[in-house]
Write a protein that binds this ligand. Structure first.
Ligand code: CP3
Length: 360
Protein backbone atom coordinates (compact mmCIF):
# COMPACT_ATOMS: atom_id res chain seq x y z
CA UNK A 1 0.00 0.00 0.00
CA UNK A 2 1.50 3.31 -1.01
CA UNK A 3 1.55 6.04 1.57
CA UNK A 4 -0.70 9.02 0.87
CA UNK A 5 1.77 11.14 2.84
CA UNK A 6 4.68 10.19 0.57
CA UNK A 7 2.50 10.59 -2.54
CA UNK A 8 1.63 14.13 -1.48
CA UNK A 9 5.30 14.94 -0.76
CA UNK A 10 6.08 13.85 -4.33
CA UNK A 11 3.09 15.69 -5.82
CA UNK A 12 1.55 12.43 -6.95
CA UNK A 13 -2.20 11.67 -6.85
CA UNK A 14 -3.68 10.84 -3.42
CA UNK A 15 -6.91 9.12 -2.37
CA UNK A 16 -7.25 11.51 0.57
CA UNK A 17 -5.26 14.46 1.93
CA UNK A 18 -2.69 13.06 4.38
CA UNK A 19 -2.52 14.63 7.83
CA UNK A 20 -0.09 14.64 10.76
CA UNK A 21 0.62 17.23 13.44
CA UNK A 22 3.87 18.83 14.50
CA UNK A 23 4.33 17.92 18.19
CA UNK A 24 1.65 15.24 17.88
CA UNK A 25 3.65 13.26 20.45
CA UNK A 26 3.90 15.09 23.74
CA UNK A 27 2.08 16.83 26.48
CA UNK A 28 -1.38 16.97 24.90
CA UNK A 29 -1.55 13.20 25.48
CA UNK A 30 -2.22 11.83 29.00
CA UNK A 31 -0.52 8.56 28.03
CA UNK A 32 2.63 10.61 27.20
CA UNK A 33 2.53 12.45 30.52
CA UNK A 34 2.21 9.11 32.36
CA UNK A 35 5.14 7.57 30.52
CA UNK A 36 7.38 10.61 31.00
CA UNK A 37 6.68 11.03 34.74
CA UNK A 38 10.01 11.35 36.55
CA UNK A 39 12.14 11.03 33.38
CA UNK A 40 13.98 14.11 32.08
CA UNK A 41 13.27 15.09 28.47
CA UNK A 42 16.80 14.44 27.15
CA UNK A 43 17.00 11.13 29.01
CA UNK A 44 13.75 10.01 27.40
CA UNK A 45 15.15 10.89 23.94
CA UNK A 46 18.09 8.56 24.63
CA UNK A 47 15.97 5.50 25.45
CA UNK A 48 14.90 3.68 22.26
CA UNK A 49 12.09 1.79 24.05
CA UNK A 50 10.55 5.07 25.28
CA UNK A 51 11.14 6.88 21.97
CA UNK A 52 9.39 4.05 20.18
CA UNK A 53 6.36 4.01 22.48
CA UNK A 54 5.99 7.83 22.58
CA UNK A 55 6.24 8.07 18.78
CA UNK A 56 3.55 5.39 18.36
CA UNK A 57 1.07 6.92 20.83
CA UNK A 58 -0.40 9.59 18.50
CA UNK A 59 -0.44 7.19 15.54
CA UNK A 60 -2.60 4.73 17.49
CA UNK A 61 -4.80 7.39 19.01
CA UNK A 62 -5.40 9.74 16.07
CA UNK A 63 -4.86 7.58 12.98
CA UNK A 64 -2.52 10.17 11.46
CA UNK A 65 -0.88 9.40 8.09
CA UNK A 66 2.69 9.72 9.40
CA UNK A 67 4.66 9.35 12.62
CA UNK A 68 7.39 11.79 13.65
CA UNK A 69 10.36 10.52 15.62
CA UNK A 70 10.24 11.58 19.26
CA UNK A 71 13.43 13.55 19.87
CA UNK A 72 14.45 17.20 20.06
CA UNK A 73 16.41 19.60 17.89
CA UNK A 74 19.14 19.93 20.54
CA UNK A 75 19.81 16.17 20.81
CA UNK A 76 22.65 16.12 18.20
CA UNK A 77 24.23 19.29 19.64
CA UNK A 78 24.28 17.69 23.10
CA UNK A 79 25.77 14.55 21.48
CA UNK A 80 28.52 16.78 20.03
CA UNK A 81 29.48 17.82 23.56
CA UNK A 82 27.55 21.03 24.23
CA UNK A 83 26.42 21.14 27.86
CA UNK A 84 22.68 21.82 27.73
CA UNK A 85 19.38 20.82 29.27
CA UNK A 86 15.73 20.98 28.26
CA UNK A 87 13.96 22.80 31.07
CA UNK A 88 10.23 22.03 31.43
CA UNK A 89 8.11 25.01 30.44
CA UNK A 90 11.15 26.88 29.05
CA UNK A 91 12.94 24.80 26.42
CA UNK A 92 16.63 24.23 25.72
CA UNK A 93 19.05 26.02 28.10
CA UNK A 94 22.78 26.07 27.28
CA UNK A 95 25.16 26.16 30.27
CA UNK A 96 27.84 28.23 28.51
CA UNK A 97 26.56 30.06 25.42
CA UNK A 98 28.69 30.04 22.25
CA UNK A 99 29.83 33.61 21.54
CA UNK A 100 33.51 33.45 20.56
CA UNK A 101 35.96 31.43 18.50
CA UNK A 102 37.11 29.73 21.73
CA UNK A 103 33.49 28.79 22.55
CA UNK A 104 33.11 27.29 19.09
CA UNK A 105 36.01 24.92 19.81
CA UNK A 106 33.85 23.36 22.56
CA UNK A 107 31.64 21.79 19.91
CA UNK A 108 33.17 18.40 19.18
CA UNK A 109 33.60 16.71 15.79
CA UNK A 110 30.46 14.95 14.56
CA UNK A 111 30.43 11.28 15.43
CA UNK A 112 27.42 9.27 14.25
CA UNK A 113 27.95 6.69 16.99
CA UNK A 114 27.17 9.41 19.57
CA UNK A 115 23.50 9.09 18.50
CA UNK A 116 23.35 5.30 18.18
CA UNK A 117 20.21 5.44 20.37
CA UNK A 118 18.48 7.27 17.49
CA UNK A 119 19.61 4.65 14.98
CA UNK A 120 18.21 1.96 17.28
CA UNK A 121 14.91 3.78 17.90
CA UNK A 122 14.31 4.38 14.18
CA UNK A 123 14.96 0.72 13.35
CA UNK A 124 12.52 -0.40 16.08
CA UNK A 125 9.92 2.09 14.87
CA UNK A 126 10.13 1.19 11.20
CA UNK A 127 9.31 -2.40 12.21
CA UNK A 128 6.46 -1.39 14.53
CA UNK A 129 4.90 1.15 12.17
CA UNK A 130 4.50 -1.17 9.19
CA UNK A 131 3.06 0.88 6.31
CA UNK A 132 2.88 4.18 8.23
CA UNK A 133 5.86 6.36 7.24
CA UNK A 134 8.21 7.72 9.88
CA UNK A 135 9.40 11.33 9.57
CA UNK A 136 12.89 12.10 10.86
CA UNK A 137 13.87 15.65 11.74
CA UNK A 138 16.54 18.09 12.81
CA UNK A 139 16.85 21.75 13.71
CA UNK A 140 18.24 24.02 10.99
CA UNK A 141 21.55 25.82 11.58
CA UNK A 142 19.93 29.22 12.29
CA UNK A 143 17.45 27.96 14.89
CA UNK A 144 20.16 25.87 16.58
CA UNK A 145 22.61 28.79 16.48
CA UNK A 146 20.02 31.00 18.15
CA UNK A 147 19.73 28.62 21.14
CA UNK A 148 23.51 28.26 21.39
CA UNK A 149 24.25 31.99 21.18
CA UNK A 150 21.35 33.24 23.33
CA UNK A 151 21.80 30.41 25.83
CA UNK A 152 18.07 29.65 25.71
CA UNK A 153 14.79 30.68 24.11
CA UNK A 154 14.73 34.28 22.94
CA UNK A 155 12.07 36.77 21.94
CA UNK A 156 14.03 38.87 19.44
CA UNK A 157 17.27 36.91 18.87
CA UNK A 158 19.26 40.05 19.67
CA UNK A 159 22.63 38.43 20.44
CA UNK A 160 22.23 36.10 17.48
CA UNK A 161 21.70 38.98 15.05
CA UNK A 162 24.47 41.01 16.71
CA UNK A 163 26.94 38.17 16.16
CA UNK A 164 25.68 37.49 12.63
CA UNK A 165 26.28 41.10 11.57
CA UNK A 166 29.14 41.96 13.95
CA UNK A 167 31.35 38.93 13.33
CA UNK A 168 30.21 37.29 10.08
CA UNK A 169 33.28 35.08 10.01
CA UNK A 170 32.47 33.52 13.39
CA UNK A 171 28.78 33.34 12.42
CA UNK A 172 29.52 31.36 9.26
CA UNK A 173 32.03 29.15 11.07
CA UNK A 174 29.40 28.29 13.71
CA UNK A 175 26.72 27.63 11.10
CA UNK A 176 29.10 25.42 9.11
CA UNK A 177 29.65 23.29 12.20
CA UNK A 178 25.93 23.13 12.87
CA UNK A 179 25.19 22.22 9.24
CA UNK A 180 27.67 19.35 9.50
CA UNK A 181 26.03 18.11 12.72
CA UNK A 182 22.51 18.47 11.29
CA UNK A 183 23.41 16.71 8.05
CA UNK A 184 25.12 13.91 9.99
CA UNK A 185 22.13 13.55 12.33
CA UNK A 186 19.67 13.34 9.42
CA UNK A 187 21.86 10.82 7.59
CA UNK A 188 21.81 8.53 10.64
CA UNK A 189 17.99 8.68 10.58
CA UNK A 190 17.79 8.07 6.82
CA UNK A 191 20.19 5.14 6.98
CA UNK A 192 18.10 3.65 9.79
CA UNK A 193 14.98 3.89 7.63
CA UNK A 194 12.97 7.14 8.00
CA UNK A 195 10.76 7.82 4.96
CA UNK A 196 10.97 11.65 4.98
CA UNK A 197 12.74 14.37 6.93
CA UNK A 198 11.69 17.76 8.21
CA UNK A 199 14.19 20.56 8.77
CA UNK A 200 12.81 22.85 11.50
CA UNK A 201 13.97 26.44 11.10
CA UNK A 202 11.35 27.53 13.59
CA UNK A 203 12.77 30.98 14.27
CA UNK A 204 13.95 31.95 10.75
CA UNK A 205 10.87 34.17 10.49
CA UNK A 206 12.65 36.75 12.65
CA UNK A 207 14.96 37.53 9.68
CA UNK A 208 14.54 39.73 6.62
CA UNK A 209 14.65 37.92 3.29
CA UNK A 210 17.99 39.61 2.51
CA UNK A 211 19.60 38.46 5.77
CA UNK A 212 18.09 34.99 5.37
CA UNK A 213 19.63 34.68 1.93
CA UNK A 214 23.12 35.86 2.89
CA UNK A 215 23.53 34.49 6.44
CA UNK A 216 21.31 31.43 6.69
CA UNK A 217 20.28 29.96 3.36
CA UNK A 218 23.75 28.66 2.33
CA UNK A 219 23.91 26.57 5.50
CA UNK A 220 20.39 25.13 5.20
CA UNK A 221 21.19 24.50 1.54
CA UNK A 222 24.21 22.50 2.58
CA UNK A 223 21.99 20.29 4.77
CA UNK A 224 19.10 19.85 2.33
CA UNK A 225 21.38 19.57 -0.72
CA UNK A 226 23.48 16.99 1.13
CA UNK A 227 20.40 14.75 1.35
CA UNK A 228 19.32 15.09 -2.29
CA UNK A 229 20.88 11.77 -3.31
CA UNK A 230 18.90 9.90 -0.63
CA UNK A 231 15.62 10.33 -2.53
CA UNK A 232 13.87 10.92 0.80
CA UNK A 233 11.39 13.87 0.65
CA UNK A 234 12.61 16.97 2.49
CA UNK A 235 10.15 19.25 4.31
CA UNK A 236 11.43 22.73 5.19
CA UNK A 237 9.48 24.51 7.93
CA UNK A 238 9.54 27.82 9.78
CA UNK A 239 7.11 30.13 11.58
CA UNK A 240 6.35 33.68 10.40
CA UNK A 241 8.25 32.96 7.20
CA UNK A 242 5.88 34.58 4.68
CA UNK A 243 8.69 36.77 3.21
CA UNK A 244 11.07 33.77 3.09
CA UNK A 245 8.95 31.10 1.40
CA UNK A 246 10.65 31.34 -2.01
CA UNK A 247 14.13 31.17 -0.43
CA UNK A 248 13.15 28.27 1.85
CA UNK A 249 11.90 26.36 -1.20
CA UNK A 250 15.05 27.15 -3.20
CA UNK A 251 17.22 26.00 -0.29
CA UNK A 252 16.48 22.43 -1.38
CA UNK A 253 13.01 21.48 -0.16
CA UNK A 254 10.47 19.14 -1.71
CA UNK A 255 7.73 20.36 0.64
CA UNK A 256 7.48 23.84 2.16
CA UNK A 257 5.86 24.23 5.57
CA UNK A 258 3.54 27.24 5.78
CA UNK A 259 2.21 28.79 8.97
CA UNK A 260 -1.39 30.05 9.37
CA UNK A 261 -0.56 33.60 8.24
CA UNK A 262 -0.32 32.73 4.52
CA UNK A 263 -3.07 30.86 2.62
CA UNK A 264 -1.66 27.66 1.10
CA UNK A 265 -2.71 28.55 -2.46
CA UNK A 266 -1.03 31.97 -2.19
CA UNK A 267 2.14 30.32 -0.82
CA UNK A 268 2.11 27.75 -3.61
CA UNK A 269 1.62 30.39 -6.28
CA UNK A 270 4.73 32.16 -5.03
CA UNK A 271 7.03 29.13 -4.77
CA UNK A 272 5.80 27.59 -8.02
CA UNK A 273 4.63 24.15 -9.16
CA UNK A 274 7.75 22.19 -8.17
CA UNK A 275 6.93 22.05 -4.45
CA UNK A 276 4.23 20.53 -2.28
CA UNK A 277 3.01 22.50 0.75
CA UNK A 278 2.32 21.50 4.35
CA UNK A 279 0.03 23.25 6.81
CA UNK A 280 -1.57 25.34 8.03
CA UNK A 281 -4.27 25.37 10.75
CA UNK A 282 -3.54 27.86 13.54
CA UNK A 283 -2.85 25.60 16.58
CA UNK A 284 -4.68 28.06 18.84
CA UNK A 285 -7.91 27.49 16.89
CA UNK A 286 -7.99 23.90 18.16
CA UNK A 287 -9.31 25.54 21.34
CA UNK A 288 -12.23 27.18 19.44
CA UNK A 289 -15.75 25.69 19.20
CA UNK A 290 -15.96 22.72 16.80
CA UNK A 291 -17.91 24.55 14.02
CA UNK A 292 -15.06 27.08 13.80
CA UNK A 293 -12.49 24.28 13.45
CA UNK A 294 -14.68 22.53 10.87
CA UNK A 295 -14.90 25.66 8.71
CA UNK A 296 -11.14 26.28 8.99
CA UNK A 297 -10.29 22.69 8.01
CA UNK A 298 -12.63 22.95 4.99
CA UNK A 299 -11.08 26.26 3.93
CA UNK A 300 -7.54 24.86 4.23
CA UNK A 301 -8.46 21.77 2.20
CA UNK A 302 -9.99 23.99 -0.50
CA UNK A 303 -6.84 26.13 -0.64
CA UNK A 304 -4.65 23.02 -0.49
CA UNK A 305 -6.50 21.49 -3.44
CA UNK A 306 -5.22 24.38 -5.56
CA UNK A 307 -1.59 23.35 -4.94
CA UNK A 308 0.39 20.53 -6.57
CA UNK A 309 0.51 18.57 -3.32
CA UNK A 310 -0.90 19.20 0.17
CA UNK A 311 -0.10 17.62 3.51
CA UNK A 312 -2.51 18.81 6.18
CA UNK A 313 -0.83 19.96 9.41
CA UNK A 314 -0.93 22.81 11.87
CA UNK A 315 0.96 26.04 11.23
CA UNK A 316 3.14 25.20 14.29
CA UNK A 317 3.20 22.56 17.01
CA UNK A 318 0.28 21.21 19.06
CA UNK A 319 -0.04 23.27 22.25
CA UNK A 320 0.15 21.20 25.47
CA UNK A 321 -3.34 22.32 26.57
CA UNK A 322 -5.00 21.00 23.38
CA UNK A 323 -7.81 18.47 23.89
CA UNK A 324 -6.49 15.38 22.08
CA UNK A 325 -10.02 14.25 21.14
CA UNK A 326 -10.22 17.37 18.95
CA UNK A 327 -7.06 16.28 17.10
CA UNK A 328 -8.62 12.87 16.39
CA UNK A 329 -11.76 14.59 15.04
CA UNK A 330 -9.62 16.82 12.80
CA UNK A 331 -7.91 13.74 11.31
CA UNK A 332 -11.30 12.14 10.61
CA UNK A 333 -12.61 15.37 9.09
CA UNK A 334 -9.57 15.89 6.84
CA UNK A 335 -9.90 12.32 5.58
CA UNK A 336 -13.67 12.50 5.05
CA UNK A 337 -13.74 15.90 3.34
CA UNK A 338 -10.77 15.23 1.08
CA UNK A 339 -11.67 11.73 -0.04
CA UNK A 340 -12.35 11.76 -3.75
CA UNK A 341 -11.80 15.47 -4.26
CA UNK A 342 -8.05 15.67 -3.88
CA UNK A 343 -6.97 13.72 -6.95
CA UNK A 344 -4.55 15.74 -9.01
CA UNK A 345 -2.45 14.84 -11.99
CA UNK A 346 1.09 15.49 -10.76
CA UNK A 347 1.59 19.22 -10.88
CA UNK A 348 -1.31 21.03 -12.48
CA UNK A 349 -3.80 22.16 -9.85
CA UNK A 350 -7.17 21.38 -11.27
CA UNK A 351 -10.79 21.15 -10.26
CA UNK A 352 -10.31 23.07 -7.07
CA UNK A 353 -13.64 23.30 -5.30
CA UNK A 354 -14.90 26.87 -5.04
CA UNK A 355 -17.21 26.22 -2.09
CA UNK A 356 -16.00 24.86 1.22
CA UNK A 357 -16.09 21.08 1.04
CA UNK A 358 -18.38 20.88 4.05
CA UNK A 359 -21.10 22.73 2.12
CA UNK A 360 -21.00 20.56 -0.98
C1 CP3 B 1 12.25 24.94 18.63
C2 CP3 B 1 12.17 23.44 18.83
C3 CP3 B 1 12.58 22.73 19.99
N1 CP3 B 1 12.34 21.39 19.75
C4 CP3 B 1 11.79 21.21 18.50
C5 CP3 B 1 11.72 22.49 17.90
C6 CP3 B 1 11.24 22.74 16.50
C7 CP3 B 1 9.76 22.66 16.45
C8 CP3 B 1 9.03 23.87 16.94
O1 CP3 B 1 9.26 24.94 16.37
O2 CP3 B 1 8.24 23.73 17.86
C9 CP3 B 1 11.44 19.97 17.81
C10 CP3 B 1 10.73 18.93 18.56
N2 CP3 B 1 10.72 18.69 19.91
C11 CP3 B 1 9.95 17.60 20.17
C12 CP3 B 1 9.52 17.04 18.95
C13 CP3 B 1 8.78 15.70 18.93
C14 CP3 B 1 8.15 15.16 17.82
C15 CP3 B 1 6.73 15.67 17.55
O3 CP3 B 1 6.59 16.69 16.83
O4 CP3 B 1 5.76 15.04 17.99
C16 CP3 B 1 9.98 17.89 17.94
C17 CP3 B 1 9.75 17.78 16.44
C18 CP3 B 1 9.67 17.01 21.49
C19 CP3 B 1 9.65 17.92 22.65
N3 CP3 B 1 10.56 18.91 22.96
C20 CP3 B 1 10.22 19.47 24.16
C21 CP3 B 1 9.07 18.83 24.66
C22 CP3 B 1 8.39 19.15 25.96
C23 CP3 B 1 9.18 18.57 27.08
C24 CP3 B 1 8.37 17.68 28.00
O5 CP3 B 1 7.44 17.00 27.57
O6 CP3 B 1 8.75 17.65 29.19
C25 CP3 B 1 8.70 17.85 23.73
C26 CP3 B 1 7.58 16.85 23.81
C27 CP3 B 1 11.00 20.53 24.82
C28 CP3 B 1 11.31 21.69 23.97
N4 CP3 B 1 12.30 21.72 23.02
C29 CP3 B 1 12.27 22.93 22.38
C30 CP3 B 1 11.22 23.71 22.93
C31 CP3 B 1 10.85 25.10 22.51
C32 CP3 B 1 10.61 22.92 23.92
C33 CP3 B 1 9.38 23.22 24.74
C34 CP3 B 1 9.68 23.66 26.13
C35 CP3 B 1 8.45 23.50 27.02
O7 CP3 B 1 7.43 24.14 26.72
O8 CP3 B 1 8.54 22.76 27.98
C36 CP3 B 1 13.16 23.28 21.23
Amino acid sequence: MTSQFLNACRREPVSHTPVWFMRQAGRSLPEYRDLRAGIAMLDSCRRPDLVCEITLQPVRRHGVDAAILFSDIVVPVAAAGVDLDIVPGTGPVVAEPIRSQADLARIGAWDPTSVSFVDEAVRLLVKELGPTPLIGFAGAPFTLASYLIEGGPSRNHARTKALMHGDPQLWHALCERLAEITLGFLRVQIEAGVSAVQLFDSWAGSLSAADYRSFVMPHSQRVLGGLADSGVPRIHFGVGTAPLLEAMAEAGADVVGVDWRTPLDAASERIGPDYAVQGNLDPVLLMAPWPVIEAEVARILTEGARTPGHIFNLGHGVLPETDPTVLTRVVELVHALSRGVSERSGGAPQGAPETPLSQR
